[in-house]
Design a protein around this ligand. Structure first.
Ligand SMILES: [Zn+2]
Ligand SMILES: [Zn+2]
Length: 260
């Protein structure tokens, strides 16, 4: 199993996960917040033919996650999986002939060799979820776009071999920024985004006994810097800050191989 980020942040998010079994490969994308040409360029940059994707998992209807999903899916005939609530929020934008499959936010399903476990998160969207993916051997947890951890989030993310974890902002930088006050409250609120410290607290609470890879994601370009995210997470793991990856808005991060 291996995974790569094509970019992460408020300007767009997309992650690709691949499971291999013998000669068969399952490849899914989580979210697509980039335009069609841009995501095709980013996919080809990682050696991925867009038409080889077996599915797109959508977390929620915010533009930085769903903005490019429908055009990519329609052009390449890729099925889209989303919760009933997310589907309702974007129903008018789903093109004719595109396959949109509703999932229950608590019920696992399979795409080829990947088991997909959605789980609900507190965020200001209709029915937002995040996903844990598992190929029978390795377990990858993805967690962005939530205001705070919940017992269910902590349980679901426990025992992962790899995590991609939102570190959206430094509260001091957010407070000092020139964002409108209402936006500051939204971001820092219980249905907003994780601060570096809130991400570290989630990491502290989950079972980390199998954890080998950690990437900070969805960093604000204005209100955070990679050094602060790494400095918050590293002490929890006893790792060097440089051992923690950061998903960049422009370049994401390269393939991480968990093994077969
Ligand atoms: Zn987002
Ligand atoms: Zn969001």
């Amino acid at each position: 199993m291996r995974y790569t980020s094509l970019g992460s942040g408020s300007e767009g998010n997309a992650l690709v996960v691949e499971a291999r079994e013998g000669t068969s490969v399952t490849r899914v994308m989580i979210d697509c917040g980039f335009g069609l040409r841009e995501v095709e360029r980013r996919l080809l940059g990682r050696g991925i033919e867009p038409s080889s994707l077996d599915g797109i998992l959508v977390t929620h209807e915010h533009g930085d996650h769903i903005g490019g999903v429908f055009r990519l899916a329609r052009r390449h005939g890729i099925p889209v999986h989303l919760t009933t609530g997310t589907r309702a929020a974007v129903a008018a934008r789903i093109p004719e002939g595109m396959t949109a499959i509703c999932c229950d936010s608590h019920t696992a399903f399979s795409i080829g060799g990947l088991r997909v476990q959605p789980f609900p998160v507190p965020h200001d969207a209709r029915e937002p979820v995040q996903y844990v993916l598992d190929d029978g051997q390795w377990r990858l947890g993805v967690l962005t776009d939530l205001g705070e951890g919940t017992p269910h989030v902590h349980r679901t993310l426990s025992g992962c071999d790899a995590l991609v974890l939102e570190c959206n902002h430094c509260p001091d930088m957010l407070a000092r920024s020139d964002y409108p006050v209402s936006l500051k409250y939204r971001i820092a609120g219980r249905y907003g985004h994780l601060s570096n410290a809130a991400a570290a607290e989630i990491l502290r609470v989950v079972d980390r006994s199998r954890l080998k890879f950690l990437h900070a994601a969805h960093l604000s370009k204005t209100n955070n810097v990679p050094e602060l995210a790494r400095a918050a997470l590293a002490p929890i793991l006893g790792w060097q800050p440089g051992e923690i990856g950061v998903a960049d808005q422009d370049t994401g991060f390269d393939w991480v191989d968990l093994g077969r």
